[in-house]
Design a binder for this molecule. Structure first.
Ligand code: AHM
Ligand code: MG
Length: 335
């Protein structure tokens, strides 16, 4: 009989391969699992209860913040704070990071960065959204308040990263730098089960994902690459297929399973693109590399960028290696 492995069992069985403090990272991943279950329950009720719609606030990027963004942010912060494994957290929904300074945090060695509810404009139309997380070892001394430097580390220093996707099924996909594994939530039992072991991004992908409505604003290299994707050439399987949900987690997840490229380029109205380096691009870049793919800003490896601010944006090209390299070739040639 096939053995069904829960996320809890997987974490315990694999913690020998975790970098650094093993038990603490396991506890931290367990608290992300718990917060994810709580957020999942709220999202499933979103169409029922009168809790969707704008709450009348804007987040730090000046975008409409919806009630579930606030809830998800609060749930992740309080769950992670209560377990005592992190000394601070930064979130898309908060201008500054928070430092946790109670006695249970005095040994804490990690910081977390999250996008608690990515793609939130999709909630009120019942389309998949997600939570993205990134975990680092702190660089400031243990037992002191967290500092900005703890959060402004390049992505290649991530200890673990992953996402929850609240879709037709809810899944948790993560990496501790030793491959990527996906777990599907069974709502009847209340547990995540290993459903996608050793995920690898499919080579020879056929999908490109980009908001083509921004075409007029895009750099020439991206415009030419899109036209190349649309050309007829049976020998190279072209034209490719266009798929764009507008939830990074959902677009990334589909491309990871089927093979493809996700692009959010810079444009004349957004000189550094839209997506945030620290809690959107870095975690996805770690996952795609661990799955055999590639992530760049069109020229440089995402994971090697030295961040200078918490909410920094960066152009993002991510997916099957040969597709990202083809897009980079066009950028190198046409800018
Ligand atoms: P958000 O974090 O405010 O939800 O914004 C990020 C989202 C991504 O999930 C998605 O890929 C992108 O914004 C869509 O942007 P656009 O509507 O400009 O295509
Ligand atoms: Mg987001």
């Amino acid at each position: 009989m096939k053995r069904h492995i829960t996320l809890g069992e997987f974490i315990i069985e694999n913690q020998k391969d975790f970098p650094y403090a093993k038990g603490e990272l396991s506890a931290l991943l367990s608290s992300i699992r718990l917060a994810g279950k709580m957020v999942n329950q709220e999202i499933n009720k979103a169409g029922l209860a009168n809790i969707i719609g704008a709450v009348g606030l804007e987040n730090v990027q000046g975008e409409d913040q919806q009630k579930l963004d606030v809830l998800a942010n609060d749930m992740f912060i309080s769950t992670l704070k209560n377990r005592g494994e992190i000394c601070g957290i930064a979130s898309e929904e908060m201008e500054d990071f928070i430092s946790f300074n109670e006695s249970i945090h005095s040994d804490a060695k990690y910081v977390v960065l999250i996008d608690p509810l990515d793609g939130s404009s999709n909630i009120d139309v019942n389309v998949s959204v997600g939570t993205i997380f990134s975990i680092y070892r702190r660089v400031s001394p243990i037992g002191t308040p967290a500092t900005l430097e703890d959060f402004l580390q390049p992505g290649n220093k991530q200890v673990a990263a992953g996402y929850l996707i609240y879709g037709t099924s809810t899944m948790l996909v993560f990496s501790t730098g030793n491959g990527v594994n996906g777990f599907t939530f069974d709502p009847g039992i209340g547990s995540f089960f290993l459903s996608h072991p050793h995920m690898r991004v499919k080579e020879g992908g056929k999908i490109y994902s980009i908001n083509e409505g921004n075409y007029v604003h895009m750099p020439e290299g991206v415009k030419r690459y899109l036209k190349w994707c649309q050309e007829l050439d049976p020998a190279t399987n072209r034209p490719l297929t266009s798929r764009y949900i507008g939830s990074l987690v959902a677009d990334f997840h589909r491309n990871l399973l089927k093979g493809g490229i996700y692009i959010y380029p810079q444009g004349t109205t957004a000189p550094k693109g839209k997506l945030r380096l620290l809690y959107e691009c870095n975690p996805m870049a770690l996952l795609i590399e661990q799955a055999g793919g590639k992530a760049s800003d069109g020229k440089n490896r995402i994971l090697d960028i030295d961040p200078s601010e918490l909410h920094e944006r960066v152009p993002f090209f991510c997916g099957s290696t040969e597709m990202v390299e083809m897009a980079e070739d066009f950028i190198a040639k046409f800018g």
